[in-house]
Design a protein around this ligand. Structure first.
Ligand code: NDP
Ligand code: HSE
Length: 438
Protein backbone atom coordinates (compact mmCIF):
# COMPACT_ATOMS: atom_id res chain seq x y z
CA UNK A 1 0.00 0.00 0.00
CA UNK A 2 1.19 3.56 -0.71
CA UNK A 3 2.70 5.55 2.11
CA UNK A 4 0.63 8.33 3.64
CA UNK A 5 2.03 11.72 2.61
CA UNK A 6 2.42 14.33 5.32
CA UNK A 7 2.69 18.08 4.76
CA UNK A 8 4.48 19.69 7.69
CA UNK A 9 3.89 23.33 8.63
CA UNK A 10 6.88 24.44 10.73
CA UNK A 11 10.41 23.07 11.04
CA UNK A 12 11.29 24.45 14.47
CA UNK A 13 11.74 22.52 17.73
CA UNK A 14 8.74 20.20 17.31
CA UNK A 15 8.74 20.12 13.49
CA UNK A 16 12.41 19.09 13.45
CA UNK A 17 11.78 16.46 16.14
CA UNK A 18 8.84 15.07 14.16
CA UNK A 19 10.92 14.67 10.97
CA UNK A 20 13.66 12.91 12.96
CA UNK A 21 11.35 10.49 14.78
CA UNK A 22 9.40 9.62 11.61
CA UNK A 23 12.64 8.89 9.75
CA UNK A 24 14.46 7.06 12.54
CA UNK A 25 11.51 4.83 13.48
CA UNK A 26 10.01 4.52 9.98
CA UNK A 27 9.92 0.71 9.95
CA UNK A 28 8.48 0.39 13.46
CA UNK A 29 5.86 3.04 12.69
CA UNK A 30 4.84 1.30 9.46
CA UNK A 31 4.44 -2.01 11.33
CA UNK A 32 2.07 -0.25 13.70
CA UNK A 33 0.11 1.92 11.26
CA UNK A 34 -0.12 -0.64 8.45
CA UNK A 35 1.28 1.95 5.99
CA UNK A 36 4.40 4.04 5.79
CA UNK A 37 4.16 7.68 6.94
CA UNK A 38 6.49 10.08 5.11
CA UNK A 39 6.92 13.83 5.20
CA UNK A 40 6.89 14.87 1.56
CA UNK A 41 6.37 18.65 1.91
CA UNK A 42 7.31 21.16 4.58
CA UNK A 43 6.98 24.92 5.10
CA UNK A 44 9.07 27.31 7.18
CA UNK A 45 9.64 31.06 7.11
CA UNK A 46 13.39 31.09 6.49
CA UNK A 47 14.49 28.40 4.05
CA UNK A 48 18.18 29.22 4.52
CA UNK A 49 18.14 28.36 8.22
CA UNK A 50 20.09 25.25 9.23
CA UNK A 51 17.66 22.65 10.64
CA UNK A 52 18.21 20.05 13.35
CA UNK A 53 16.88 17.23 11.17
CA UNK A 54 17.54 15.47 7.85
CA UNK A 55 15.42 17.15 5.16
CA UNK A 56 16.37 14.76 2.32
CA UNK A 57 13.33 13.89 0.21
CA UNK A 58 11.21 16.77 1.54
CA UNK A 59 10.03 19.53 -0.79
CA UNK A 60 10.46 22.86 1.04
CA UNK A 61 8.51 26.10 0.64
CA UNK A 62 8.06 29.34 2.53
CA UNK A 63 4.36 29.36 1.62
CA UNK A 64 2.41 27.15 4.06
CA UNK A 65 -0.77 27.50 1.94
CA UNK A 66 1.07 25.74 -0.89
CA UNK A 67 1.34 22.69 1.41
CA UNK A 68 -2.25 22.88 2.61
CA UNK A 69 -3.57 23.22 -0.96
CA UNK A 70 -1.33 20.52 -2.44
CA UNK A 71 -3.53 17.60 -3.62
CA UNK A 72 -0.63 15.17 -3.02
CA UNK A 73 -0.65 15.85 0.74
CA UNK A 74 -2.91 13.49 2.73
CA UNK A 75 -2.40 14.81 6.26
CA UNK A 76 -1.35 18.30 7.40
CA UNK A 77 0.72 18.62 10.59
CA UNK A 78 0.52 22.17 11.97
CA UNK A 79 3.58 23.07 14.08
CA UNK A 80 3.98 26.79 13.50
CA UNK A 81 2.12 27.94 16.63
CA UNK A 82 0.04 31.07 17.28
CA UNK A 83 -3.61 31.51 16.40
CA UNK A 84 -3.65 33.76 13.32
CA UNK A 85 -2.00 31.97 10.40
CA UNK A 86 -2.47 28.60 12.12
CA UNK A 87 -6.25 29.03 12.35
CA UNK A 88 -6.52 29.95 8.68
CA UNK A 89 -4.22 27.12 7.61
CA UNK A 90 -5.97 24.43 9.67
CA UNK A 91 -9.37 25.63 8.51
CA UNK A 92 -8.20 25.56 4.89
CA UNK A 93 -6.73 22.05 5.33
CA UNK A 94 -10.07 20.81 6.71
CA UNK A 95 -11.96 22.51 3.88
CA UNK A 96 -9.64 20.67 1.47
CA UNK A 97 -10.68 17.38 3.12
CA UNK A 98 -7.32 16.77 4.81
CA UNK A 99 -6.86 15.32 8.29
CA UNK A 100 -4.91 17.58 10.64
CA UNK A 101 -2.49 16.90 13.51
CA UNK A 102 -1.47 19.85 15.67
CA UNK A 103 0.51 20.58 18.84
CA UNK A 104 -1.05 24.03 19.09
CA UNK A 105 -2.91 24.33 22.40
CA UNK A 106 -3.65 28.03 21.93
CA UNK A 107 -5.40 27.23 18.64
CA UNK A 108 -7.43 24.35 20.09
CA UNK A 109 -8.33 26.17 23.33
CA UNK A 110 -9.50 29.31 21.51
CA UNK A 111 -10.86 28.01 18.21
CA UNK A 112 -11.29 24.26 18.77
CA UNK A 113 -15.11 24.40 19.02
CA UNK A 114 -15.40 25.88 15.52
CA UNK A 115 -12.60 23.77 14.01
CA UNK A 116 -14.04 20.51 15.36
CA UNK A 117 -17.49 21.39 14.01
CA UNK A 118 -15.93 22.10 10.61
CA UNK A 119 -13.94 18.85 10.73
CA UNK A 120 -17.00 16.86 11.76
CA UNK A 121 -18.94 18.23 8.79
CA UNK A 122 -16.09 17.30 6.43
CA UNK A 123 -15.55 13.86 8.00
CA UNK A 124 -11.89 14.54 8.85
CA UNK A 125 -9.94 14.29 12.09
CA UNK A 126 -8.15 17.03 14.02
CA UNK A 127 -5.76 15.29 16.44
CA UNK A 128 -4.03 17.23 19.22
CA UNK A 129 -2.33 14.87 21.71
CA UNK A 130 0.86 16.98 21.66
CA UNK A 131 -1.07 20.08 22.69
CA UNK A 132 -1.25 18.97 26.34
CA UNK A 133 1.69 17.85 28.49
CA UNK A 134 4.14 17.27 25.61
CA UNK A 135 4.92 13.57 25.27
CA UNK A 136 2.47 12.25 27.87
CA UNK A 137 -0.48 10.53 26.15
CA UNK A 138 -2.93 12.08 28.61
CA UNK A 139 -5.58 13.05 26.04
CA UNK A 140 -5.82 9.44 24.93
CA UNK A 141 -5.84 8.23 28.53
CA UNK A 142 -8.76 10.46 29.54
CA UNK A 143 -10.67 10.25 26.26
CA UNK A 144 -10.39 6.49 25.83
CA UNK A 145 -8.76 4.77 28.81
CA UNK A 146 -11.03 6.43 31.39
CA UNK A 147 -14.19 6.41 29.24
CA UNK A 148 -16.04 4.33 31.81
CA UNK A 149 -15.58 6.88 34.57
CA UNK A 150 -17.29 10.03 35.73
CA UNK A 151 -14.23 12.25 36.09
CA UNK A 152 -14.43 14.19 39.36
CA UNK A 153 -11.31 16.33 39.21
CA UNK A 154 -7.90 16.65 37.65
CA UNK A 155 -4.83 18.61 38.63
CA UNK A 156 -1.65 18.90 36.61
CA UNK A 157 1.77 20.40 36.25
CA UNK A 158 1.18 21.20 32.59
CA UNK A 159 3.83 23.74 31.72
CA UNK A 160 7.38 22.38 31.43
CA UNK A 161 9.05 25.78 31.33
CA UNK A 162 7.35 26.95 34.54
CA UNK A 163 8.16 23.71 36.37
CA UNK A 164 11.78 23.88 35.17
CA UNK A 165 12.05 27.44 36.53
CA UNK A 166 10.51 26.60 39.93
CA UNK A 167 12.68 23.46 40.31
CA UNK A 168 15.94 25.23 39.43
CA UNK A 169 15.10 28.16 41.74
CA UNK A 170 14.36 25.80 44.63
CA UNK A 171 17.20 23.27 44.14
CA UNK A 172 20.01 25.52 42.94
CA UNK A 173 18.91 28.97 44.09
CA UNK A 174 19.12 30.15 40.47
CA UNK A 175 17.72 33.42 39.27
CA UNK A 176 14.29 33.42 37.55
CA UNK A 177 15.43 35.27 34.39
CA UNK A 178 18.52 33.10 33.99
CA UNK A 179 16.51 29.83 34.13
CA UNK A 180 13.90 31.19 31.73
CA UNK A 181 16.66 32.03 29.22
CA UNK A 182 17.92 28.44 29.50
CA UNK A 183 14.39 27.06 28.92
CA UNK A 184 14.21 29.21 25.78
CA UNK A 185 17.58 27.90 24.56
CA UNK A 186 16.39 24.32 25.12
CA UNK A 187 13.27 24.95 23.00
CA UNK A 188 10.80 24.47 25.89
CA UNK A 189 9.33 27.98 26.02
CA UNK A 190 6.57 29.43 23.87
CA UNK A 191 7.42 32.03 21.20
CA UNK A 192 6.16 34.56 23.78
CA UNK A 193 7.49 33.20 27.11
CA UNK A 194 5.02 35.27 29.16
CA UNK A 195 2.55 32.56 28.08
CA UNK A 196 4.63 30.12 30.15
CA UNK A 197 5.35 32.24 33.22
CA UNK A 198 1.96 33.95 33.48
CA UNK A 199 0.00 30.70 33.21
CA UNK A 200 -1.63 31.36 29.81
CA UNK A 201 -0.12 28.24 28.23
CA UNK A 202 -1.29 26.15 31.21
CA UNK A 203 -4.75 27.72 30.88
CA UNK A 204 -4.87 26.70 27.19
CA UNK A 205 -4.05 23.13 28.21
CA UNK A 206 -6.48 23.10 31.14
CA UNK A 207 -9.25 24.28 28.79
CA UNK A 208 -8.67 21.17 26.68
CA UNK A 209 -8.35 18.77 29.63
CA UNK A 210 -11.55 20.05 31.26
CA UNK A 211 -13.52 19.62 28.04
CA UNK A 212 -12.51 16.04 27.49
CA UNK A 213 -12.88 15.20 31.19
CA UNK A 214 -16.35 16.70 31.75
CA UNK A 215 -17.84 16.84 28.25
CA UNK A 216 -18.16 20.63 28.16
CA UNK A 217 -17.31 23.02 25.29
CA UNK A 218 -13.85 24.62 25.24
CA UNK A 219 -14.07 27.81 27.36
CA UNK A 220 -10.62 29.36 27.61
CA UNK A 221 -11.95 32.79 28.60
CA UNK A 222 -13.57 31.38 31.78
CA UNK A 223 -10.33 30.16 33.39
CA UNK A 224 -8.87 31.94 36.42
CA UNK A 225 -5.15 32.37 35.66
CA UNK A 226 -2.21 33.34 37.88
CA UNK A 227 1.45 32.84 36.88
CA UNK A 228 4.66 32.10 38.76
CA UNK A 229 6.44 35.40 38.25
CA UNK A 230 5.61 36.64 41.76
CA UNK A 231 6.78 33.51 43.61
CA UNK A 232 9.74 34.44 45.82
CA UNK A 233 12.56 32.30 47.20
CA UNK A 234 11.21 33.13 50.69
CA UNK A 235 7.83 31.53 49.91
CA UNK A 236 9.54 28.47 48.43
CA UNK A 237 11.60 28.08 51.64
CA UNK A 238 8.74 28.72 54.08
CA UNK A 239 6.59 26.22 52.18
CA UNK A 240 9.38 23.62 52.57
CA UNK A 241 9.57 24.34 56.31
CA UNK A 242 5.86 23.63 56.58
CA UNK A 243 6.21 20.35 54.61
CA UNK A 244 4.95 21.61 51.24
CA UNK A 245 6.25 22.24 47.70
CA UNK A 246 5.05 25.09 45.51
CA UNK A 247 3.94 23.86 42.09
CA UNK A 248 2.16 25.69 39.30
CA UNK A 249 -1.04 23.68 38.84
CA UNK A 250 -3.96 23.64 36.47
CA UNK A 251 -7.00 22.38 38.39
CA UNK A 252 -10.43 21.41 37.06
CA UNK A 253 -13.01 20.14 39.52
CA UNK A 254 -16.66 19.26 39.15
CA UNK A 255 -18.75 20.44 42.12
CA UNK A 256 -22.51 20.48 42.69
CA UNK A 257 -22.56 24.19 41.86
CA UNK A 258 -20.50 24.01 38.67
CA UNK A 259 -16.97 23.48 37.36
CA UNK A 260 -13.86 25.08 38.86
CA UNK A 261 -11.23 25.98 36.26
CA UNK A 262 -8.09 27.56 37.67
CA UNK A 263 -4.35 27.88 37.10
CA UNK A 264 -2.22 29.18 39.95
CA UNK A 265 0.81 28.44 42.14
CA UNK A 266 -0.22 25.87 44.74
CA UNK A 267 1.26 24.42 47.92
CA UNK A 268 1.11 20.60 47.83
CA UNK A 269 2.20 18.29 50.69
CA UNK A 270 5.74 17.21 49.70
CA UNK A 271 4.90 13.52 50.17
CA UNK A 272 2.56 13.54 47.16
CA UNK A 273 4.16 12.06 44.02
CA UNK A 274 3.14 15.12 42.01
CA UNK A 275 4.99 17.41 44.43
CA UNK A 276 8.20 15.64 43.36
CA UNK A 277 7.80 16.17 39.62
CA UNK A 278 10.73 18.40 38.74
CA UNK A 279 12.41 20.11 35.81
CA UNK A 280 10.69 19.99 32.43
CA UNK A 281 8.66 16.95 33.49
CA UNK A 282 4.87 17.27 33.64
CA UNK A 283 2.32 15.18 35.53
CA UNK A 284 -1.45 15.06 35.47
CA UNK A 285 -3.46 13.53 38.30
CA UNK A 286 -6.96 12.46 37.22
CA UNK A 287 -9.59 11.24 39.66
CA UNK A 288 -12.31 9.03 38.16
CA UNK A 289 -15.20 7.69 40.26
CA UNK A 290 -14.49 4.07 39.32
CA UNK A 291 -10.71 3.97 38.98
CA UNK A 292 -9.80 6.45 41.77
CA UNK A 293 -6.77 8.72 41.38
CA UNK A 294 -4.47 8.00 38.40
CA UNK A 295 -1.21 9.79 37.56
CA UNK A 296 0.36 10.41 34.13
CA UNK A 297 4.01 11.52 34.06
CA UNK A 298 6.60 12.36 31.42
CA UNK A 299 8.43 15.09 29.52
CA UNK A 300 6.18 18.11 29.08
CA UNK A 301 8.17 19.86 26.35
CA UNK A 302 11.12 19.43 24.00
CA UNK A 303 11.64 18.27 20.41
CA UNK A 304 11.39 14.47 20.51
CA UNK A 305 9.05 14.04 23.50
CA UNK A 306 6.54 16.28 21.74
CA UNK A 307 7.22 14.59 18.41
CA UNK A 308 6.36 11.29 20.11
CA UNK A 309 2.80 12.58 20.63
CA UNK A 310 2.59 14.08 17.12
CA UNK A 311 3.63 10.78 15.54
CA UNK A 312 1.19 8.81 17.71
CA UNK A 313 -1.59 11.05 16.37
CA UNK A 314 -0.38 10.43 12.82
CA UNK A 315 -0.54 6.67 13.42
CA UNK A 316 -4.10 7.08 14.79
CA UNK A 317 -5.11 9.11 11.75
CA UNK A 318 -3.65 6.54 9.36
CA UNK A 319 -5.40 3.68 11.17
CA UNK A 320 -8.70 5.58 10.99
CA UNK A 321 -8.43 6.53 7.31
CA UNK A 322 -10.68 3.70 6.25
CA UNK A 323 -13.04 3.88 9.26
CA UNK A 324 -16.53 5.33 9.05
CA UNK A 325 -16.23 8.97 10.33
CA UNK A 326 -19.31 8.47 12.54
CA UNK A 327 -17.52 5.73 14.47
CA UNK A 328 -14.31 7.60 15.30
CA UNK A 329 -13.42 8.72 18.83
CA UNK A 330 -15.06 12.17 19.17
CA UNK A 331 -12.67 15.14 19.27
CA UNK A 332 -13.76 16.19 22.78
CA UNK A 333 -14.33 12.61 24.04
CA UNK A 334 -18.14 13.01 24.24
CA UNK A 335 -20.45 13.00 21.19
CA UNK A 336 -20.65 16.58 19.84
CA UNK A 337 -24.42 16.78 20.44
CA UNK A 338 -23.97 15.52 24.02
CA UNK A 339 -21.73 18.31 25.38
CA UNK A 340 -23.17 19.68 28.65
CA UNK A 341 -23.80 23.29 29.53
CA UNK A 342 -22.43 23.12 33.09
CA UNK A 343 -21.74 26.57 34.65
CA UNK A 344 -18.11 27.55 35.23
CA UNK A 345 -17.71 28.91 38.77
CA UNK A 346 -16.21 32.37 39.29
CA UNK A 347 -13.00 32.25 41.37
CA UNK A 348 -14.78 34.01 44.26
CA UNK A 349 -16.91 30.86 44.72
CA UNK A 350 -13.99 28.41 44.79
CA UNK A 351 -13.01 26.83 48.13
CA UNK A 352 -9.39 26.04 49.03
CA UNK A 353 -7.00 26.21 51.95
CA UNK A 354 -4.47 29.06 51.97
CA UNK A 355 -0.87 29.96 52.77
CA UNK A 356 -0.62 33.60 53.85
CA UNK A 357 2.58 35.60 54.39
CA UNK A 358 2.65 39.11 55.79
CA UNK A 359 5.16 41.56 57.23
CA UNK A 360 3.98 42.53 60.73
CA UNK A 361 5.20 44.93 63.42
CA UNK A 362 6.77 42.93 66.24
CA UNK A 363 4.68 44.18 69.17
CA UNK A 364 1.95 42.74 71.39
CA UNK A 365 -1.57 42.65 69.91
CA UNK A 366 -0.61 42.62 66.23
CA UNK A 367 -1.09 38.88 65.73
CA UNK A 368 -4.28 39.03 67.79
CA UNK A 369 -5.69 41.66 65.37
CA UNK A 370 -4.90 39.44 62.39
CA UNK A 371 -6.33 36.26 63.90
CA UNK A 372 -9.49 38.18 64.98
CA UNK A 373 -10.10 39.28 61.38
CA UNK A 374 -9.71 35.69 60.19
CA UNK A 375 -11.97 34.38 62.97
CA UNK A 376 -14.64 37.01 62.12
CA UNK A 377 -14.61 35.69 58.54
CA UNK A 378 -15.00 32.11 59.83
CA UNK A 379 -11.46 31.18 58.71
CA UNK A 380 -9.63 28.80 61.03
CA UNK A 381 -5.86 28.65 61.20
CA UNK A 382 -4.01 25.36 60.88
CA UNK A 383 -0.43 26.57 61.49
CA UNK A 384 1.32 29.83 62.22
CA UNK A 385 5.02 30.73 62.20
CA UNK A 386 6.54 34.03 63.23
CA UNK A 387 10.12 34.39 62.01
CA UNK A 388 12.85 36.26 63.89
CA UNK A 389 13.26 39.91 63.17
CA UNK A 390 16.28 40.59 60.96
CA UNK A 391 18.72 43.20 62.37
CA UNK A 392 17.61 46.72 61.27
CA UNK A 393 14.24 45.35 60.02
CA UNK A 394 11.04 47.12 61.13
CA UNK A 395 8.81 44.09 60.57
CA UNK A 396 8.83 40.33 60.99
CA UNK A 397 7.50 37.77 58.52
CA UNK A 398 4.40 35.93 59.75
CA UNK A 399 3.30 32.83 57.84
CA UNK A 400 -0.06 31.12 58.27
CA UNK A 401 -1.78 28.07 56.87
CA UNK A 402 -5.58 28.16 57.00
CA UNK A 403 -8.29 25.55 56.61
CA UNK A 404 -10.52 25.58 53.52
CA UNK A 405 -12.54 28.69 52.94
CA UNK A 406 -14.42 30.30 50.06
CA UNK A 407 -12.20 32.71 48.08
CA UNK A 408 -14.68 35.61 48.48
CA UNK A 409 -14.39 35.48 52.29
CA UNK A 410 -10.61 35.21 52.08
CA UNK A 411 -10.46 38.25 49.76
CA UNK A 412 -12.44 40.30 52.30
CA UNK A 413 -10.25 39.16 55.21
CA UNK A 414 -7.04 39.95 53.30
CA UNK A 415 -8.34 43.44 52.52
CA UNK A 416 -8.99 44.04 56.22
CA UNK A 417 -5.57 42.69 57.24
CA UNK A 418 -3.80 44.90 54.67
CA UNK A 419 -5.67 47.93 56.09
CA UNK A 420 -4.14 47.36 59.56
CA UNK A 421 -1.46 49.97 60.34
CA UNK A 422 0.72 47.22 61.84
CA UNK A 423 0.92 45.25 58.56
CA UNK A 424 3.42 46.40 55.95
CA UNK A 425 2.39 46.13 52.28
CA UNK A 426 0.40 43.38 50.61
CA UNK A 427 -0.39 39.94 52.04
CA UNK A 428 0.99 37.12 49.88
CA UNK A 429 -1.63 34.42 49.30
CA UNK A 430 -0.91 31.02 47.77
CA UNK A 431 -3.62 28.39 47.58
CA UNK A 432 -3.08 24.96 49.17
CA UNK A 433 -4.38 21.67 47.73
CA UNK A 434 -4.05 18.28 49.42
CA UNK A 435 -4.83 16.28 46.27
CA UNK A 436 -5.89 13.26 48.26
CA UNK A 437 -8.81 11.06 47.34
CA UNK A 438 -11.35 13.88 47.40
P1 NDP B 1 9.30 27.00 16.87
O1 NDP B 1 9.26 28.48 17.01
O2 NDP B 1 10.54 26.30 17.23
O3 NDP B 1 8.95 26.60 15.36
C1 NDP B 1 7.96 27.24 14.62
C2 NDP B 1 8.19 26.91 13.15
O4 NDP B 1 7.12 27.45 12.40
C3 NDP B 1 9.49 27.50 12.58
O5 NDP B 1 10.11 26.53 11.78
C4 NDP B 1 9.00 28.68 11.74
O6 NDP B 1 9.84 28.93 10.64
C5 NDP B 1 7.66 28.18 11.29
N1 NDP B 1 6.71 29.24 11.00
C6 NDP B 1 6.20 30.17 11.83
N2 NDP B 1 5.31 30.96 11.16
C7 NDP B 1 5.28 30.52 9.90
C8 NDP B 1 4.58 30.92 8.74
N3 NDP B 1 3.71 31.93 8.75
N4 NDP B 1 4.80 30.24 7.59
C9 NDP B 1 5.67 29.21 7.55
N5 NDP B 1 6.35 28.77 8.62
C10 NDP B 1 6.17 29.43 9.78
O7 NDP B 1 8.05 26.45 17.67
P2 NDP B 1 7.89 25.04 18.39
O8 NDP B 1 8.32 23.96 17.49
O9 NDP B 1 8.49 25.12 19.75
O10 NDP B 1 6.31 24.99 18.62
C11 NDP B 1 5.43 24.68 17.57
C12 NDP B 1 4.04 24.42 18.16
O11 NDP B 1 4.12 23.31 19.05
C13 NDP B 1 3.46 25.56 18.99
O12 NDP B 1 2.08 25.58 18.83
C14 NDP B 1 3.83 25.18 20.42
O13 NDP B 1 2.96 25.74 21.37
C15 NDP B 1 3.63 23.69 20.34
N6 NDP B 1 4.36 22.90 21.33
C16 NDP B 1 5.69 23.12 21.53
C17 NDP B 1 6.41 22.34 22.41
C18 NDP B 1 7.86 22.54 22.66
O14 NDP B 1 8.42 21.82 23.51
N7 NDP B 1 8.53 23.45 21.96
C19 NDP B 1 5.74 21.25 23.16
C20 NDP B 1 4.33 21.09 22.86
C21 NDP B 1 3.68 21.90 21.99
P3 NDP B 1 11.36 29.44 10.83
O15 NDP B 1 12.06 28.33 11.55
O16 NDP B 1 11.87 29.61 9.45
O17 NDP B 1 11.28 30.69 11.64
N1 HSE C 1 6.03 25.97 26.39
C1 HSE C 1 5.38 24.76 26.70
C2 HSE C 1 5.87 24.25 28.04
C3 HSE C 1 5.67 23.73 25.64
O1 HSE C 1 6.92 24.72 28.51
O2 HSE C 1 5.21 23.42 28.64
C4 HSE C 1 4.91 22.44 25.82
O3 HSE C 1 3.55 22.63 25.63
Amino acid sequence: MNSVKVGLLGLGTVGGGTVSVLKRNAKEIERRAGRGIVVTHAAARDLRRVRNCDLAGIQLTDDPFAVVNNPDVDVVVELIGGTLAARELVSKAIANGKHVVTANKALIAKHGNELFAQAQAKGVMVAFEAAVAGGIPVIKAIREGLAGNRIEWLAGIINGTGNFILSEMRDKGRDFADVLAEAQRLGYAEADPTFDVEGIDAAHKLTILASIAFGIPLQFDRIYTEGISKITAEDVNYAEELGYRIKHLGIARRTEQGVELRVHPTLIPYRRLIANVDGVMNAVLVKGDAVGPTLYYGAGAGAEPTASAVVADLVDVVRALTADPENRVPHLAFQPDALADIPILPMSEVETAYYLRMEAEDRPGVLADVTRILADAGISIEAIIQKEQAPEAQHVPVIMLTHRMRERQMNEAIQRIEALGSINGAVTRIRVEYLNKN
